[in-house]
Design a protein around this ligand. Sequence first.
Ligand code: FHN
Length: 431
Amino acid sequence: MTNGDVPVKHPAVKKNIAKHAVVETSRMAWWSKARFGMFIHWGVYSVPAGVYDGKKMPGLGEWIMHDGKIPVDTYQAYAKDFNPTAYDPEKWVQLAKATGVKYIVITTKHHDGFAMFDSKASDWNIVKRTPYGKDVIKMLADACRKYGMKLGFYYSQANDWNNPGGAAAGGHWDKKQDGSFDTYLDKVAIPQIKEILNNYGDVAELWWDVPTDMTKERAAKITPLLKDHPNIITNNRLGGDVQGDLETPEQYIPATGIPGRYWETCMTMNDTWGFKTYDDHWKSSKTLIRNLIDIASKGGNYLLNVGPKSTGEFPEQSVERLKDMGAWMKVNSEAIYGTTASPFKKLTWGRVTTKELPNGNTILYLHVFDWPANHDLIVPGLKNKTISATVLATGSSLEIRGVNEGLSLALYGSALDQNATVIKLQIKGKP
Ligand code: FHN
């Protein structure tokens, strides 16, 4: 899994850049300001949680049926043990808000075809097949509405390893899954997309994924379903050359952002989207905070994943990191929300986010990752600008000196954790 700065690799994205200039529209305004969302991958795969036939499975938690070539009847038996009695959606939403997240995108149906909502199109769902028997998507939608959290839905429109005819990257391993893909689309996917669009209130984002066998003709049967929902933001993964609103770099941060497109980097905190008992490659809270800063400094959004357990609780390691991020955001969120990309190409000491003010002035937020040993932070250009500089967290002002290559800012004697320092530069006019 790659993390950090990598060049934009996808030819399709390069094509998008040519085709789709970013047109700031009111429907994207809330999203552009948000900068930070929470992905939630939750399903019946949280029951095996990475273990099948007594073996620790190496792959993604939510891919266990595919990777283990688990027969339909064996896999569907997990539903009998799916009883998330500790599920408390209000607690989830309150933690998301305290973390500084502005929207949540949850899996309503992943590739295993298990609907986390009460679906009339397939009884392979949480209401019909589990002892819990409740519509967890409705419960979450109610909690989001109560606390003013925007809610988006992930839907695996093509891959479905249980409903007959659903696609399966690499082909089905159990004949029970065989069937016509177009019949699956007509009888399961399209009716379920209508259900999630119409039964749970406002949908902020629709997150398609893995468009196996999705032709332009098939995609053209799905896109009209959105015509009565003009404000829903969609991504670039429906298939059939439908570009959607968002590019979706996965597990990496494009080195120069994706100019000309809205983009949302989705990432895990460890090595899996769906919960696994045995996954201990957890990124540090500092890394997660720096990812958020890096992404915002390039003009993108961070969609950070949580994989709840089968009990309905977030893993302890996720909660710990969300609380650390919330503590940082409590002090520094002004330097993330509503900002745009840095005006500088590459800085040795950290990242910059920008805020252009209605009065024509500019705020630059300097996110200092590595304070220079000689205490002098060089900011290129700006030499003859009228500037004031304060430490965001404390308001204490800094000494500024013009130097050849720009501005030198000295921060002496700060008690601040210099790895988390954000300096607010207020500039008269443009940088
Ligand atoms: O196959 C899925 C995977 O399970 C996960 O949902 C990620 C999240 O972006 N998307 C696909 C892999 O690209």
